[in-house]
Each structure stands twice: as C-alpha cells, then as structure tokens.
Write a protein that binds this ligand. Structure first.
Ligand code: FES
Length: 565
C-alpha cells in the first residue's frame, strides 16, 4: 500500500493514529495490541448486535469474529463493538414491546456514536433481527463512510409431528389453547420444537423482509439474505466482507452513493414481490429520511401498485426463507425482475459493482421446478400487498397488508380495545365475534409508546379460528408474521387525538382495500362532538428511554424517526 493510498483509506482514523497531538489515543491503541504498522492501516468498526438472549442474535458475535478475520487479512484493523438488540419475539405488548421500535433508533444512535467518536474509516454491521437492520442502515446513512451490512441469516424451520414450525406456530398455539383446540402435550410440543437454533424468524417476516430488501438496495453482499444462519455460506460471506470493504475504501463508495431514490425503489419492489412485512414501510420511510431522500406513503403505494405479489412465502403463503436459497436466492429473483424491467440495474452496490453487474453472475430463476416464486404472467396478486388506506378514520393514512386471501373489503361493527392486552381478555370471555372490526388503540408511537406489534392478538385470533371472520385496525403495528385483514400505522394516533380515539363499540366501519379507504360511519357533527369530549391522556412515561422516545418520535407516516425537529 502506498502512502497516498494509506492516507486516503485511513482518512478518518489517521486523525487519531497519525497526528502528533493525539498521543493518548495512540497510547491506547498500542494498549489494545496494535503495532506501529497497524497504526497506518484503515480502521473498520464491526458493529454487532450479538447477545446470548435470543436466536436471532445469539450467533452474531461469532460471525463478527469471521468478519474481523477477513478485515485483518486485507491489511486493515477490525475493531468489534457491540450495540443492543431487542427480540420482538420475546417482548410483550404491555412491557417489552414498547422498547422494540425505540431500539431501532437506539441502535442507529449507538453505531453513529462509536464510529464517529472513534474515527473509524468504515463500518460493517452484523445484525439479525427486525429493528437491528433498519437501525444499522440508518446509522450507515447518517455516518456516510464506507459500510456493509451482514445479515445473521434466517433460522431453519422446526419440526413437530411431521409439521414444519416457526415462531408464529408458537404464537398461534396460544390461540388454539384459548379456544380449546390443542392438547397440553401438543401445545408443549409446538413450543419446544418451533425454534431449532440460531437465526431470525423464518418466514417473510420483518427480519427477512429487511434483509432481502437491503440486499436489493445494494448494502449487503449478494446472497446475504438467502444463506440461513447455520449455512456454511454465511461464514464464507463473513470472511469475504473484508475484501469488499477494502474495495469500497479504495473506490470511495459510501452508503449515500448506494442509497438513492432508485435503489430505494429496488428495495421496495423486492418487499412487494416477496409479500414482505408492513414494517418495511415504516423502516424505509426512516431509512430514506436518514439518507436525505424522504419518501412518503404515497411513494410506497405507487411501488406497490406497479409490483405484483409473486412469492408464496409465510406468513400468508406456504414457504420459508430457507426455501428461497434452493431456487437461487434473492439474486435469482432480482435477476428475473431486472430482466422484466422492474429493477434499476445502474445502482451502485457494496461489491463496488452495479446491480446489473452483480446480477450477471446470479443464477436464473426456473419456474417449472418450483412453486415458491411465480412469473409475472401468473402473479399471486396483480399488484403489491401493501395498501395505504385513507379516510375519516386515518386522515394521514393506515397501512394494510392485503394479499387477496383475506378479501379486499370488510364491513363490520367496532369492538374497541383500549390496549393490546384487552383483546386477549375479550377472546377468553368469548366477546370477539364474527363480523367485528377490532379496534386496538393507544398503541401508537407516542401513546403506546413504541407502536407495539399486534402479533399476539392476531395470532390468538387465528388460533381461535376467527382469522377470516374479523378485521383488526390499530395505531400500533403488525409483526411481519401477521396475516388476516389488518390495518395498522393509523395516523394520527389516538394519543394525538386521531379519529381512532373516538370510535365506540357498535360503530360501523368499512375497510376497502381496493378503494383504499377506511371509513367510520358517523356524521361529521358526531365526529366533532366526540372530538370535543375527548381528553388527551397523560404520557405513560416521562423519564428514561421511553420518556425520551415519546418526546422525540415523529408519526408513523414519517417513519417514527427520532432525530428530526
Ligand atoms: Fe428476531 Fe423475529 S424476533 S427476527
């Protein structure tokens, strides 16, 4: 490496390692074991959300060691640091889930903090759960130094009595238990066998949605989202990251060269084609803002309108993410869509090549031999499954996931739950009946706080056999594992005096996914009367992480970001 190259590649870390006015920093770097020649090398922060407490993250510190080996092998210094992760599968609507969405911005803040404060020349994020990935990408966009995201990989499916299982199987077993539809032995059997080891939840839920679409956006290596956590390809990917990072440093390619309007469209096209999570809407609104290219709900709707649903993946379909690798992974799907003019090929990626150049090496998607991804001539649904609904219930929008299996229109009678937990009480008492629109409110970004995911309610409804007989609307969110006629992200939220706060039991509600409307059938005068009688609730938290989140979070239609005025 010439001195000119060295200076270029270590332009940030050289502030600490080369300037004579920083003897303490240099002493500390010798103290951690670096040599004199190491101080000339670029320094790469390796941010891991590894922790032992859940399957999505339990292996990430191990993968980070492989990443570091690859970085060191390419004549750079790799320095691992940790940030937090919160497992959405191990939270509870009345406690932990309130921290889930806030954790995304805490992760972004913490990665930004370490990389900027310690003057790293680049960052590799090793992440593997719902909020970790958007949090990492938001940080990478803010920092805008060469960066690559490594996905920890999807989980393998579990098995019990000849059936494949995943985390949603465990949630739905609870609904079956409430409805008396499962024996104690089978209930235990499902829980003990749903999760066979490391990896993120295995359907096209939020983690796999974000991993697939971030790969499509160009911020992770091809196949990063397709290798399961325990696949040898995942370790190989980690070892290859060092060479890719070196190339990015040499080319001077940063995340803002990669995150562009067109690459965001590529990401969201993949979300739509795969039937991905509604959480992707929230996260891409936030990522686009972090990159200085703010998208709106209508931008996302436009992508949904022009992108057919092609993949028969869980939660609404049959297959798991582990099955996608066998048909050529996300690169094969992207190659097909690119060939059909649906993916922008000119976008830069972390390989240092464009999307089109990467896809030239990708396998072809064969339609004769598989039923996981369908051709554009035979889509599962002619347009995307994400629908933004507006109306007097959601003046600034609500986000629905409509795959077609749940119908396109639902008209019913409101059953109001003042918080997520209340529906479980109603279910246990037999008060949830066919024909109801269940309204779960006070779960928005500020009111929840944290916009809890309604996985437990929707899974319990499914387990109780009411999945196609009721609809559910909320100012909270849905898990990527949710299916059924559901509309979330309703904005303004109840806490801010949104109309969802004024719904009463027995009101008639229409949800029209085709006309993209959600209507509370009361007169304008009645709406105003209820508004005048409404009293804003006190914030549930005023101190600590959640108190800060309530004060700083933007509404769902602005991605719930916390770093804007
Ligand atoms: Fe981590 Fe599902 S809880 S991916």
């Amino acid at each position: 490496m010439s001195q000119t190259e060295t200076t270029k590649l270590n332009r940030y870390s050289s502030t600490l390692t080369q300037e004579v006015s920083n003897p303490a920093a240099q002493a500390m770097l010798y103290g951690i074991g670096l040599t004199e020649s190491d101080l000339d090398k670029p320094q790469i922060g390796i941010a891991s959300t590894g922790y032992e407490g859940n399957p999505c993250n339990m292996h990430l510190n191990g993968l980070s060691v492989y990443v570091k080996q690859g970085v060191q092998a390419n004549d750079m210094v790799g320095l691992i640091f940790n940030t937090i992760g919160v497992s959405d599968g191990m939270t509870n609507g009345n406690a932990g889930m309130k921290y889930s969405l806030p954790s995304r911005d805490m992760i972004a803040d913490s990665i930004e903090t370490v990389v900027n404060a310690q003057w790293y020349d680049g960052v590799i994020t090793v992440v593997g759960c719902d909020k970790n990935m958007p949090g990492a990408v938001m940080a990478m966009a803010r920092i805008d130094r060469p960066g690559i995201m490594v996905y920890g990989g999807t989980i393998r499916s579990g098995h019990y009595k000849g059936q494949k299982l995943d985390i949603v199987s465990a949630f739905e077993a609870y609904g079956k238990k409430l409805a008396g539809n499962i024996s104690d032995e089978d209930y235990k059997g499902v829980i003990q066998n749903s999760i066979p080891g490391p990896g993120a939840c295995g359907g096209m839920y939020t983690a796999n949605t974000m991993a697939s679409s971030i790969e499509a956006m160009g911020l992770s290596l091809p196949f990063s989202s397709s290798y399961p956590a325990t696949h040898e390809g995942k370790q190989n990917e980690c070892r290859k990251i060092g060479a890719a990072m070196k190339r990015l440093l040499e080319l001077g390619v940063t995340p803002k060269d990669i995150i562009t309007r067109e690459s965001l469209e590529n990401a969201l096209t993949i979300v739509m084609a795969l039937g991905g999570s509604t959480n992707a809407v929230l996260h891409y609104l936030a990522i686009s803002r972090a990159a200085g290219l703010p998208m709106t709900l209508n931008d996302i709707q436009a992508i949904s309108d022009r992108t057919p649903l092609l993949a028969d993946l869980k939660p609404s379909g049959k297959y798991y993410m582990e099955d996608v690798l066998a048909i050529g992974g996300i690169p094969a799907i992207m190659k097909y869509l690119h060939g059909q003019g649906m993916i922008h090929g000119n976008c830069m990626t972390v390989t240092g090549k464009t999307v089109a150049e990467n896809l030239a090496e990708a396998p072809d998607l064969e339609f004769e031999s598989q039923k996981i991804v369908f051709p554009l001539s035979q889509p599962l649904k002619a347009t995307g499954h994400i629908q933004v609904l507006y109306g007097n219930l959601a003046p600034r929008g609500g986000v629905a996931k409509i795959t077609g299996k749940e119908g396109l229109r639902f008209e019913g009678i409101a059953k109001v739950c003042e918080h997520e937990g209340e529906i479980l009480d109603f279910l246990a008492k037999g008060e949830i009946k066919p024909g109801q629109v269940i309204v779960i409110r006070n779960e928005g970004p500020k009111g929840g706080p944290g916009m809890a995911e309604m996985l437990k309610p929707t899974s319990a409804i499914m387990g109780a056999g009411l999945g196609d007989k009721v609809a559910l609307i909320t100012d909270g969110r849905f898990s990527g594992g949710t299916h059924g006629f559901v509309v979330g992200h309703i904005t303004p939220e109840a806490y801010e005096g949104g109309p969802i706060a004024f719904v009463k039991d027995g009101d008639r509600i229409t949800l029209d996914a085709e006309g993209r409307e959600m209507t509370l059938h009361i007169s304008d005068e009645e709406m105003e009367l209820r508004r005048s009688q409404w009293v804003k609730p006190a914030p549930k938290f005023t101190r600590g992480a959640l108190g800060k989140f309530i004060r700083s979070v933007k509404p769902a239609d602005e991605g719930c970001v916390t770093d804007e005025e």
